[in-house]
Design a protein around this ligand. Structure first.
Ligand SMILES: [Zn+2]
Length: 126
């Protein structure tokens, strides 16, 4: 059965989620930065140019690339969508946050991020 997490567990979850999001933002930003600094845009490829820039060109492109990487990382960190999955406390069915806060079975829906699975002691005869 699904049970609500305690406030302490929620806090720890949020801390971990924030740390993971930050790390991912840094990685994405760094990857974007590297890609921009070593590759040319598609326009030049269509015109028959090389896809990769020469090594001598990299330092000149680095400031722009760093800026681009920073923007990508910030945007990702700011706008990453949260988990919108909800579960029903009564029947355990999962769904997405919609217009109703009730499951079709009449049970209460809770956010997936706020609940954890616990073995039902009454259902433990297997
Ligand atoms: Zn239900």
């Amino acid at each position: 059965m699904w049970v609500k997490k305690t406030p302490t567990e929620m806090l720890e979850d949020r801390r971990q989620e924030k740390r993971a999001r930050f790390l991912l933002a840094v990685v994405l930003g760094a990857v974007s930065c590297v890609l921009v600094s070593i590759t040319k845009n598609w326009h030049s490829v269509y015109q028959g140019g090389d896809f990769f820039v020469t090594l001598a060109e990299v330092p000149r492109r680095l400031p722009d690339a760093l800026f681009f990487g920073l923007i990508v990382g910030l945007l990702f960190y700011r706008f990453k969508t949260k988990d919108r999955t909800v579960v029903c406390f009564s029947c355990g069915k999962a769904g997405y946050i919609g217009t109703t806060s009730r499951c079709s079975c009449g049970g209460e829906l809770g956010k997936m991020a706020g609940v954890k699975w616990k073995k039902d002691p009454a259902n433990h005869r297997r």
